[in-house]
Structure formats: structure tokens, C-alpha cells
Write a protein that binds this ligand. Structure first.
Ligand SMILES: O=C(O)CCC(=O)C(=O)O
Ligand SMILES: [Fe+2]
Length: 201
């Protein structure tokens, strides 16, 4: 049975552990963090290569890390900048709540409904086996879709609220894919922070 409460929702899924804290930040905390990150982040627009053709990644990103280890995903290699005071404070708050440690965070800015993040798993080698990924959402709500690679009936969606925290763990990155799809709706900006732990290879 799924365990649901105001504070914490635990989803009962095959090959994955998914925990959602809808009200991780208060509205006021989330509003303030959004304004700070929007203004203070040095947002990058990277090129991605798909079958040899170069496109703009459909969102802006930046990477913070505690060490200088680069993080490579899709066709992009990102070099971390040092954590800012605000993001470090959020990392500590998430570590306290989840009892997991993180050393890297990828920030995504979805400027409007045309920005997206295609089907993928966070399964890069430097994340290790069964990584714990903590995903904080601020700004516009977007549906988070996730589907099992083999069990075709296992397709779900969860609306990620302003100030919410989603934890993906267990074998989720091996057996499931996730995405933030484009939408034709006129919607505003959304910032997402995915905290990860990179291990040295
Ligand atoms: O924006 C989101 O909620 C998901 C981000 C994501 O999957 C990623 O950065 O790997
Ligand atoms: Fe992801």
C-alpha cells in the first residue's frame, strides 16, 4: 500500500524507491529561493549533439560541485563551480531530511513550456550503483513522467509543486526512465535542482 501524508508520500513501485515531500519548502522560502537563483546563477545554454547534429539544449543549466570532478551526460561535459551560500544551505537541509550526503548539484532552468528534459535515466558511471537523487522544484509546476523500461503498464506522472522535493533511489535509475515533457500551455519559469553524489572512478 502507498503511504500518503501531507508531509511525505512513498510510492510503491517495482524496482524503484520514490519519495515525495510536497511541502519541503514553505511558499515564502520557495519564492525567495527562486528569486535568488534566477538572478545569481550564471545560466549556461549548452549545445547537444544528436546523431551528429548540433542543437541547443532545451533548457539552461549550471553545475556546482564540492570537488573539481567534471560530470558528463548526453554529449555534454560540465565543469563544476563552487557551491554558493544559498545552494549549500539547501543541500544541508536536504541532507538532514533524507539522511543522505550529496557533493554535486545540477540546476535546470525551464524558461517556458518549450523547454524540456527528454526521456533518460541518471545512470552515469560516476553516480555509482543505485544512486540517490534529490530533486527540488521551485517555480512553475510541471508533470514529472516516469516509466519502467520493461513493464509497459508502469507509466506514471507526478505534478512537482513549487517547493517540493522528490527523492529517487533504489534501482530506479537502472529500470526506469523519466522526463519533463514540452507543453503548449503558456506557462512560466521553473527551476529544478538535482542533488547527486559523484564518486571517483
Ligand atoms: O526537472 C526535473 O524535474 C528533472 C531533472 C532531471 O531529470 C535531471 O536533471 O536529470
Ligand atoms: Fe534526470
Amino acid at each position: 500500500m502507498d503511504l500518503f501524508s501531507e508531509e511525505k508520500q512513498v510510492f510503491n513501485l517495482p524496482d524503484a524507491e520514490l519519495i515525495y515531500y510536497p511541502n519541503f519548502l514553505s511558499k515564502q522560502e520557495a519564492d525567495q529561493l527562486f528569486d535568488t537563483l534566477k538572478q545569481e546563477t550564471d545560466w549556461q545554454e549548452d549545445d547537444i549533439k544528436i546523431f551528429g547534429k548540433v542543437y541547443k539544449q532545451p533548457r539552461l543549466t549550471t553545475l556546482y560541485g564540492e570537488n573539481n570532478q567534471p560530470y558528463a551526460y548526453s554529449s555534454i561535459t560540465m565543469n563544476p563551480k563552487p557551491f554558493t551560500h544559498e545552494v549549500k544551505a539547501i543541500k544541508t537541509k536536504i541532507e538532514t531530511k533524507t539522511e543522505h550526503q550529496f557533493n554535486t548539484v545540477l540546476l535546470n532552468l525551464y524558461r517556458n513550456g518549450n523547454d524540456s528534459n527528454g526521456w533518460h535515466a541518471d545512470n552515469e558511471k560516476e553516480l555509482g550503483k543505485n544512486p540517490v537523487i534529490a530533486s527540488l522544484t521551485i517555480g512553475e509546476e510541471r508533470p514529472f513522467h516516469f516509466k519502467h523500461r520493461k513493464f509497459k503498464e508502469e507509466r506514471h506522472k507526478l505534478i512537482l509543486k513549487h517547493g517540493s522535493l522528490l527523492i529517487m533511489k533504489g534501482a530506479m535509475q537502472h529500470h526506469w526512465l523519466h522526463q519533463i515533457a514540452k507543453t503548449k500551455k503558456a506557462i512560466g519559469e521553473r527551476i529544478n535542482l538535482t542533488f547527486r553524489k559523484l564518486v571517483s572512478l
